[in-house]
Design a protein around this ligand. Structure first.
Ligand code: FAD
Length: 388
């Protein structure tokens, strides 16, 4: 049976229409002026159910499969990586709650997340702890009927617009416990243009691309969280709980890369048919034809790997290996495809007149976040050796 059903094709058509009508006409202009995604676009995405795709209907989700989720991520990112990335946060917090939240926590937060009414952001990375999660220091100290958070986080994307921060914090002060001393909390806050919380402050980090979302460096100063917001009401299980979100988030991130690359490939193909040099379209030249062929082949290979990882997830199989492979391959592929697209555009590719320069800048981030490519290779190799 083919992996993609008619329903999947219909979903792709519908999201493509939304992206063509709502996202593509504004993306380049907004990116150039470093403006965030307009709220009305996020509102429409919520109405279309994009934030609840993989969550069960009992929590107001749509209950679709992972392939549908990947298709939506791909098509939105074809318009603008930032737009395809808002849902990553809902997926992280939602899958975390679904797998490890108490019934109360699920009932309280999941329907809002699935309906796109509760925006979330992931506060995991710290200034001195990126890949090395076990070295995290932000401290959660028990106080009365809750915990007080003190310390620093960084790169918390969408922190300003989120209503909920998913924060990993150290509940066991013994640093030698490393991963075994971490817990996850949901911190409620107001959404806004800046950070709206009396005990959390911070500002955005200027970035090369990904301009539709702001990534914040955050300071937590005596930030109180009720004990009921400790995920699963279990201390020191945070790292293991977080691991359960990796497969979904990596698949979704790989799909985002496929979307950016698709946009770059389509733009380059179109341009190569229109651009005349030496009295003929440049797509007649073998050097350009080779590029188009390589781009399309690598793109399709990465896409199929993403769908394969989705299929494993949909059939209930462990797929950390496949999700990691999809992320690594898609990250390399998007850098290659966007670079070649820029080359096909010649000097215009380096200008702001065409969006290929944005695809190139946005594509570069894929190998850095959601686990760097070096870390993915480590995870892949570890599993391969384990299985051998
Ligand atoms: C635009 C953007 C948005 C982000 N959004 C978020 C977010 O919303 N929430 C969040 O929590 N984080 C976010 N991040 C942070 C991101 O997840 C981290 O940058 C990433 O985990 C890497 O951590 P680091 O930057 O501290 O690099 P480091 O961990 O310091 O790594 C530096 C280099 O060393 C390599 N390295 C490290 N350890 C090893 C090892 N054991 N073996 C081989 N190589 C190694 C890395 O691969 C990298 O090349 C975002 C980052 C960016 C750029």
């Amino acid at each position: 049976m083919p992996l993609l059903t008619e329903e999947h094709q219909e979903i792709r058509k519908a999201v493509r229409r939304f992206t063509d009508e709502e996202v593509i006409p504004v993306a380049q202009e907004l990116d150039t002026h470093n403006k965030e995604i307009p709220l009305h676009i996020i509102q429409k995405m919520a109405e279309l159910g994009y934030f609840g795709l993989i969550f069960p209907p009992e929590y107001d989700g749509i209950g679709l499969d992972y392939i549908s989720m990947a298709i939506v991520a791909e098509e939105l990112s074809r318009g603008w990586l930032s737009v395809g990335s808002v849902m990553t946060r809902s997926i992280i917090t939602g899958t975390l709650l679904l797998a490890h939240g108490t019934d109360e926590q699920k009932k309280k937060y999941l329907p809002g997340i699935a309906r796109g009414e509760l925006m979330t952001a992931a506060a995991f990375t710290e200034p001195d702890s990126g890949s090395d999660t076990g070295s995290m220091k932000l401290r959660a100290t028990k106080k009365g009927d809750g915990y007080v958070l003190n310390g620093e986080k960084t790169w918390c994307t969408f922190a300003n617009r989120a209503h909920l921060l998913t924060v990993i914090a150290r509940t066991d002060p013994d640093m030698s416990k490393r991963h075994r001393g971490l817990s996850i909390f949901l911190v409620e806050k107001d959404a806004g243009e800046t950070i709206n919380h009396p005990n959390i402050s911070g500002g955005p980090i200027p970035t090369v691309g990904y301009h539709g979302m702001r990534s914040y460096a955050l300071s937590f100063d005596e930030c109180f969280v009720p004990a009921e917001n400790l995920i699963g009401l279990e201390e020191n299980k945070g790292f293991y709980q977080l691991m359960s979100t990796y497969e979904s988030a990596r698949i979704q991130t790989a799909a985002r890369a496929v979307g950016i690359a698709q946009a770059a490939y389509e733009a380059a193909l179109r341009y190569s048919k229109e651009r005349i040099q030496f009295g003929q379209p440049i797509c007649n030249f073998q050097a350009i034809r080779m590029k188009l062929s390589e781009m399309a082949s690598k793109l399709e290979a990465a896409r199929q790997l993403v769908y394969y990882a989705c299929d494993m997830k949909d059939t209930g199989k462990r797929c950390d290996l496949e999700a990691g492979m999809a992320k690594v391959v898609a990250a390399e592929m998007v850098e290659y495809v966007t670079r070649e697209a820029m080359q096909i555009f010649g000097g215009y590719g380096y200008s702001k007149e065409y969006p290929v320069e944005r695809f190139w800048r946005d594509g570069r981030v894929i190998s850095l976040f959601e686990g760097t490519s070096e870390i993915q290779h480590e995870v892949i190799a570890r599993r391969l050796i384990e299985l051998s």
